[in-house]
Design a protein around this ligand. Structure first.
Ligand code: ZN
Length: 366
């Protein structure tokens, strides 16, 4: 089935000059006052999908999640998405019009200009998959895909932490240059400049999880060593904590206590809490996160000079246990003139940032 663009709902935006390399994004300014958008979230391992129906204000009206216990192949994910889309797009939910656009937030490298998934680091079989075209043809609805941290960054700017700062009348206009860091199973970054996602020359800007922060450091999901993700992601924090605890009975007991004897389920937030409660092993793990994440952020601050850095994902659930020492670390590493203008805050959309990001993508002027 061919993609049908309906001209009464979409026009190109004459006030915005075309940017080089973005011509293949075919959706235009959304002028409709009635109808819906759909957001789709695909995690970096392909094992956590969610699909949401939202109104044109971005309010999520209906949502389905189908988490899997294993890492599925591409076909399984696409079949699952089909089922979820059928459920979300059921005619009885669409009383106020039809679905105008679909936004997809993908936990991997995405060529947003061409709508192609380049790769998922935590799953096989996605290399160069033309997901945007696949969904647009299948659903006969214009579709836009991007990396999940980029999508989450946009959501935080339009309706989250950076948006709240603007509403408070922040004189520093912190919302103009915003870096979002998603500290989940992996680490992703998204940079929003003057309300637009900064993609870079080949759509890989913001892949800060793979910045080298420690020579000869631990192995990363991408195969490299000493990358930020291998030290400060939720998975790295939990794994390191469990690995180190084997030699320390008191720490092992503390882990069993907070996890109900399911040590393998310890969360990054629990590691931060154990550290705050005085466990020396947890303190070592947390210290490493502050050191290397602090170093990475300080380096980014020198290059980009963001007004705000927003931390999201599971690790950010640790709140001030993560953020206050990190702010101090960045201040210590940067010249005052550089660091005093940057505020590090927690994501407002929290664990919903990616799906809200997918909906935000769908609502974009592009
Ligand atoms: Zn890496």
């Amino acid at each position: 089935m061919a993609t049908q663009h309906t001209s009464e709902n979409f026009i190109s935006s004459p006030e915005l000059p075309a940017q080089p390399g973005t011509q293949q994004r075919t959706t235009g300014k959304l002028l409709a006052t009635q109808g819906y958008v759909v957001g789709v979230e695909i995690s970096g391992s392909g094992s956590r999908q969610s699909v949401a129906l939202a109104d044109l204000n971005g309010k999520i009206l209906y949502r389905v999640r189908r988490p899997l216990e294993h890492i599925p192949d591409t076909e399984t994910v696409l079949r699952l998405l089909d089922d979820m889309l059928v459920e979300v797009m059921a005619p009885e939910r669409l009383l106020d019009g039809r679905i105008l656009r679909v936004g997809v937030a993908v936990g991997g490298l995405v060529d947003a200009t061409r709508g192609v998934v380049r790769t998922l680091h935590h799953a096989q079989g996605w290399d160069n998959f033309p997901l945007q075209e696949y969904l647009a043809e299948r659903l006969a609805i214009p579709c836009i895909i991007d990396n999940n941290a980029n999508a989450a960054a946009l959501a935080e700017v339009q309706s989250g932490a950076a948006c709240a700062a603007a509403a408070e009348g922040s004189p520093r206009r912190a919302e103009r240059i915003v870096l979002y860091v998603g500290l989940g199973r992996g680490i992703g970054g998204g940079l929003v400049v003057n309300g637009q996602i900064y993609h870079g020359a080949t759509c890989t800007a913001g892949e800060i999880g793979h910045m080298v922060v420690k020579e000869n450091g631990p192995k990363c999901s991408c195969g490299g060593f000493g990358h930020l993700e291998a030290i400060a992601s939720a998975q790295a924090i939990s794994r390191t904590m469990i690995g180190l605890s084997i030699e320390y009975p008191e720490t092992e007991a503390a882990i069993r206590r907070v996890t109900g004897a399911r040590a393998e389920r310890i969360t990054a937030e629990q590691v931060f809490q154990l550290a705050a409660a005085g466990d020396p092993i947890a303190q070592g793990v947390v210290e490493n996160v502050h050191t290397y994440l602090g170093m990475a952020l300080a380096n980014i601050v020198y290059l980009v000079n963001p007004g705000m850095i927003i931390l999201g994902g599971q690790v950010a659930q640790a709140g001030d246990l993560l953020i206050a020492p990190l702010q101090a670390r960045v201040s210590a590493l940067c010249l005052p003139a550089v660091s005093q203008s940057v505020r590090i805050v927690q994501s407002q959309h929290g664990s919903e940032a990616n799906i809200v990001g997918a909906v935000t993508l769908a609502l974009q002027d592009v």
